[in-house]
Design a binder for this molecule. Structure first.
Ligand SMILES: C[S@@+](CC[C@H](N)C(=O)[O-])C[C@H]1O[C@@H](n2cnc3c(N)ncnc32)[C@H](O)[C@@H]1O
Length: 370
């Protein structure tokens, strides 16, 4: 008798499901509560070819194993293959590689479409931290450039040249401004070629409130309803600006899939730069505290309906992060302490303790709770 393997079972299910169009079919079959998570897990289990599996784990990254496999599965199975893909926040390109290999396997991919990836490619980690895992991995010359200038673009280029997917990848400098006043003076400020279109966007470099606004205003004319926006940090507790952004433009986004901290939304109405400007102010303090309350009560309710304890906790911490960011430190501390006292969050105590010290960060540095 053959041994029952959950992976084989998932793969069989995926084959059946991928005959339909996600995410609406999956959601109508399974209900919204479990559809988003199930679909993401199915994709993560779509199992890369062994050589691809080794490659997507061959670059240091903060993405979890599931997130890398999901990214690969998404681009091989779900991405339409008809338009380009955009990424902000390449780092050394672990996510870029997972996307490109997935794109390579996608049978719907039309010739000429590419992944355009942007990053500031400069001083992300402190040099010492980054140095440790790059040593022995990249040529001395790339390492020297990094040591002397802080730039890791040469390291990125080394990892991705001469690969079977290299023709699908275009990497360039693109910096998101942290504040409105930076826009005019910033070197390599993120911009896009006129007329270029994308139907999937991977967001992992929107590390500030205003940077997020600037990014979406810039891409608004380049994405249409039906495109997928993948937020790598949506569930990461300091990054409240991402969930707030989606909540304030709720009519544009529908949750399609989520795995670990990575949330994928389908764009269901056109993004408009002016509308973004009206709905999402330049600074978090320009939103009243009760707006945050409304947003996060709704977000937490939805996480609860999806029976997603981790999402419930990370969104609760994001609510506290938003309050800390706008100066309501005591209120933020009280909320985090209340979460720490709940026995059913015991598995996440390390994360809660971190949030208790540093609930979030701004372009000026960490926001601390004394
Ligand atoms: C978490 S890392 C990305 C990880 C990457 N996706 C991977 O798979 O390993 C975040 C990246 O965002 C970039 N970044 C941070 N702030 C940025 C900004 N203002 N503009 C452009 N890129 C930025 C950093 O340089 C860093 O490479």
């Amino acid at each position: 008798m053959s041994e029952f393997k959950v992976e084989t079972w998932y793969q069989g299910l995926l084959k059946q499901f991928s005959m339909f169009t996600p995410p609406s079919t999956i959601s109508s079959l399974l209900g919204n509560e479990v559809g988003a998570k199930t679909w993401a897990k199915l994709l993560a289990f779509s199992k890369p070819m062994p050589a691809h599996d080794k490659l997507i784990h061959g670059i240091h990254s903060e993405l979890t194993d599931f997130e890398r496999k999901f990214t690969y599965g998404f681009f091989s199975e779900v991405w339409s293959g008809q338009k380009n893909v955009l990424e902000i926040g390449s780092f050394l390109g672990s996510s870029s590689r997972a996307m490109c290999l997935g794109m390579l396997m996608n049978q719907k991919r039309v010739p000429g479409v590419k992944l355009y990836t942007y990053d500031k490619f400069d001083t992300y980690y402190t040099n010492d931290e980054q140095f440790n895992f790059l040593q022995g991995q990249v040529p001395e010359s790339a390492l020297n450039t990094f040591r002397e200038t802080g730039s890791f673009k040469e390291c990125f280029d080394y990892y991705h040249s001469g690969q079977e997917y290299s023709h699908l990848l275009e990497a360039d400098y693109g910096v998101l401004p942290g504040k409105p006043e930076d826009v005019g003076s910033l070197q390599n400020c993120f911009k896009l070629e006129e007329g270029i279109e994308f139907d999937a966007v991977f967001v992992d470099g929107a590390k500030s409130w205003y940077g997020t606004k600037y990014f979406f205003q810039t891409i608004a004319a380049h994405v249409k309803p039906g495109a997928f926006i993948i937020f790598q940090d949506y569930g990461h507790y300091p990054c409240f600006w991402l969930s707030t952004f989606v909540a304030l433009l709720k009519h544009n986004f529908r949750l399609a899939m989520n795995i670990d901290n990575t949330y994928t939304f389908e764009l269901i109405a056109p993004l408009d730069a002016e509308e973004i400007d009206v709905n999402f102010p330049d600074h978090p303090r320009d939103l009243a505290p009760d707006i945050y309350e409304q947003i996060y009560i709704q977000e937490m309710r939805e996480a609860n309906v999806r029976s997603d304890t981790y999402a419930f906790l990370s969104l609760s911490l994001q609510y506290a992060a938003a309050l800390a960011y706008i100066g309501q430190i005591d209120e933020a501390k009280m909320k985090i302490l209340r979460l720490a006292a709940q026995p059913y969050f015991a598995d996440y105590m390390g994360m809660i303790q971190q949030a208790l010290k540093t609930p979030t960060y701004s372009p000026d540095g960490a926001v601390q709770i004394p």
